[in-house]
Design a protein. Structure first.
Length: 441
């Protein structure tokens, strides 16, 4: 539950808390939900708020939006934390909310990081959501389909909040420099370019951007005009990121990810680790790197080492669970593994060749023999006629043709002799030989 804290003293309240938007007009981002005429804005303005889940990355305004809704709808606002809220505490507050409802008082219960609540905790809210004693607003960075009980999820509407754009963050930073809740009473001098750098470095996280600005103002130099001046050098010094100028949306971004990819392809672990470090130390999102490594595992290694994809996916999950800086070692492990693994692009070339044919022959009919026949009409039309269930045969193989007639005999997968793929090559040759031999009978 929400409790008083040391930060309730405005003098020492964090900048992000002081600058928390108080109205929909002050709220930055999420135009797809809150723009004029958009669905969530209509729900709020018409006071038709029902239980909902806000799903999105950190620092995009999930808690703030819940507070604005409570204020706009004149509701009691109660927050719960998975760490401090047991089932007993939840039930006590829910019963109070039930009493308030009978008195005509609305209660909005905000559950931050609802994915951290166990099943019993989530179930404690369910009866009060069902009978309308409370409006539940949950916030999560995880997919609610997997993290929220089905019974509770079915009674909530899910709204997906997007990562804030660089422009959104810049707007927020400019407002902070002018607003008295921020640095409006101080003279802060910072160039548009450096403000843009801070916005980019935040990775769409408003809280991170404001914390960065706060730190920079505290460390800024006072010039002759008594202005607090924030220079590029101060930004680099405070963040200890000399590579901050790395543009995540520009050419250098793609140059460096290309360098990592090609270093792994060239089986050069030293170069691969170097380019990995260049990206991570510049503030690159580790999840982005992990996704690229996962792609590499199938594009450049494939069946030559079937464990490569496992390593890459595990590294992705590790990055997701613990983030930077701890996950740097998981990415390093994955990058070195990819560099040393045997290489094959047979899966990539197989798909590209098949995709080329698929685009040219989109209307090619599925052979009747492998069509599904769930109805009598379909069976009468010979759907599935002649189908051979491979598991029922002695060799678990059949001569049945599964490609469309116009592509009969076409070969897409051409295995190499690298690593484990040599075994797949041998197996494929055996299958083809068996089919050829049995066709002649």
């Amino acid at each position: 539950m929400e409790q008083s804290s040391l930060f309730e003293n405005p003098a020492i309240e964090p900048l992000a808390s002081r600058m928390r938007p108080r109205t929909l007009e002050e709220f930055v981002g999420q135009e797809h939900l809150l723009g004029e005429g958009k669905i969530l804005r209509r729900i709020i303005e018409s006071d038709q708020v029902t239980s909902m889940i806000f799903w999105g990355p950190p620092g995009v305004g999930k808690t703030t939006l819940a507070r604005i809704i409570a204020e706009r709808t004149k509701s009691e606002f109660i927050t719960f934390s998975a760490v401090t809220s047991g089932i007993k505490e939840i039930k006590v507050v829910m019963e109070d909310a039930d009493k308030n409802k009978r008195l005509g008082i609305k209660t909005i219960v905000f559950v931050d990081e609802i994915h951290r609540f166990n099943k019993a905790q989530q179930d404690a809210f369910l009866p009060y959501v069902e009978k309308g004693s409370i409006v539940l607003i949950g916030a999560t960075t995880e997919n609610p389909s997997f993290e929220v009980n089905n019974a509770l999820l079915s009674r909530c509407r899910v709204f997906v909040l997007k990562e804030l754009s660089t422009e959104n963050i810049e707007e927020l930073l400019k407002r902070t420099l002018k607003d008295e809740r921020g640095f409006g009473k101080q003279k802060v001098k910072i160039s548009k370019e450096n403000l843009h750098l801070i916005a980019e470095f935040s990775n769409g996280d408003a809280r991170s951007a404001l914390a960065t600005l706060d730190m920079l103002v505290m460390n800024g130099k006072v010039n002759k005009k008594l202005e607090i001046e924030i220079t590029e050098e101060i930004i680099e010094e405070c963040l200890e990121k000399k590579a901050l100028l790395y543009d995540k949306n520009g050419e250098e971004h793609y140059n460096i990810i290309s360098a990592l990819h090609k270093s792994m392809r060239n089986s050069d672990p030293d170069a691969a680790v170097y380019w990995l470090a260049r990206m991570l130390e510049a503030g690159e999102d580790p999840i982005y790197v992990a996704r690229r490594v996962t792609r590499f595992a199938s594009e450049d290694i494939g069946l030559a080492d079937t464990n490569a994809l496992n390593v890459a996916v595990n590294a992705y999950h590790a990055c997701h669970f613990i983030g930077m800086p701890e996950c740097s070692v998981h990415l390093t492990e994955a990058v070195i593994y990819m560099s040393l693994a045997p290489k094959s692009n047979a899966c990539e070339t197989a798909y590209m060749s098949a995709a080329d044919d698929a685009k040219k022959m989109l209307a090619e009919p599925v052979p009747l023999v492998i069509r599904n026949a769930p109805t009598k009409l379909m069976k009468d039309l010979n759907y599935g006629k002649g189908y051979i269930y491979a598991h029922d045969t002695k060799d678990k193989l059949s001569t049945m043709e599964c490609l469309p007639p116009n592509l009969k005999g076409k070969e897409y997968y051409k295995p190499t002799t690298q690593g484990n793929e040599e075994k797949f090559k041998l197996r494929l040759e055996q299958i083809k030989k068996w089919k050829e031999m049995h066709k002649q009978k």
